[in-house]
Ligand binder design. Structure first.
Ligand SMILES: NC(=O)c1ccc[n+]([C@@H]2O[C@H](COP(=O)([O-])OP(=O)(O)OC[C@H]3O[C@@H](n4cnc5c(N)ncnc54)[C@H](OP(=O)(O)O)[C@@H]3O)[C@@H](O)[C@H]2O)c1
Length: 294
């Protein structure tokens, strides 16, 4: 058991399958109290039961919320608050992992393109709403699962929340670039001693992410690609590495792959772009002040 994770509290979004499920399992095995999230009640129950079966003394709960709805993200944050109150009232680790790929343009109930809404905006809002409980932890950590697809974006259009021309792989890459920009800007703005954020590149992982899309062609392409992917244990190890390594050893590095530092794209290091995306995200989530104490 990893001593530094015993009695830590962790929230893992998208923990019903793939990388999130594996990370929730590994964190529970390491002794953390884990709250997993998923969009489907039955899948949440199934994941919770599977973790409890694999780790008999696991302390794990699941909460259901569809990240395509900002209201459901707000409700989720309130339920997380209440659940944490039964523990020590603080959140040590927030793992922003839930994600999807969509070959067709879909607009959420909030009027936002689905990929951007789920992969970026929901986590932007969730992190904001959980800042009070993260702030109660002596060493609150925010880990966001990005992707090497972020390197493909060579410019960020002015309306990523509702692009006129929609191409699935571009929208996905933009959402994953947004994860890195968010992480960098979080560290610039939430400049306090007890909170820090990192972005993770999981590499190609053999999960069902591409198989869940409605598009026949994208499912076909993913079926052949996923076989070349690693097991979800590989990115989960990076998550646990960043969750447990002393802060001073890792805080200077933004982007990680296979537990090693990696240079993110040039665009992701553009502070002006990160600021613009941050301000747009605040407007879309109707956030007046992201981090009031700052
Ligand atoms: N697999 C790869 O090669 C790869 C590479 C780079 C980055 N990533 C990133 O890794 C993260 C995890 O992906 P994965 O590969 O593990 O895929 P996955 O197995 O499909 O897991 C995605 C998780 O997100 C949940 N989710 C999807 N849409 C949601 C929504 N609208 N509301 C709430 N939860 C939702 C899924 O719920 P359900 O179980 O109900 O579907 C699942 O729990 C994603 O952010 C992805 O972009 C993956």
């Amino acid at each position: 058991m990893n001593a530094s994770l015993t009695n830590k509290t962790a929230l893992v979004t998208g923990a019903t399958s793939g990388i999130g499920y594996q990370a929730a399992l590994d964190l529970a095995r390491a002794g953390a109290f884990v709250i997993g999230t998923g969009r489907d009640t039955a899948r949440c129950q199934h994941a919770r039961d599977a973790i409890r079966e694999a780790v008999p003394n696991a302390r794990v709960e699941f909460l259901c919320a569809d990240f395509s709805s900002l209201q459901q993200v707000r409700d989720l944050a309130e339920r997380v608050d209440r659940l944490l109150a039964t523990e020590n009232g603080r959140l040590d680790l927030l793992i922003n992992n839930a994600g999807l790929y969509s070959s067709a343009k879909k607009i959420t109930e909030d009027g936002i393109e689905m990929t951007f809404a789920v992969n970026h905006l929901a986590h932007f809002l969730l992190t904001h709403l959980l800042l009070p409980v993260l702030g109660r932890a002596p060493d609150g950590r925010v880990l966001t699962v990005s992707s090497n697809s972020h390197y493909q974006v060579f410019f960020l259009q002015s309306r990523p929340q509702n692009p006129r021309i929609y191409i699935g792989i571009w929208a996905y890459a933009v959402s994953k670039l947004s994860n890195v920009l968010f992480t960098a800007e979080f560290n610039r703005r939430v400049n306090v001693d007890n909170m820090h954020a990192w972005a993770i590149d999981p590499g190609l992982v053999n999960t069902e992410i591409g198989g869940k899309d409605g598009g026949f062609l994208s499912r076909l392409v993913w079926r052949s690609r996923q076989k070349m992917g690693t097991h979800a244990e590989v990115p989960s190890r990076t998550i646990l590495h960043l969750a447990s390594t002393p802060r001073e050893e890792i805080s200077s590095v933004l982007y990680w792959m296979n537990s090693n530092p990696k240079a993110p794209s040039r665009l992701s290091r553009d502070a002006g772009l990160a600021r613009d995306l941050w301000e747009l995200s605040c407007r879309l989530c109707r956030i007046e002040e992201y981090f009031p104490e700052n």
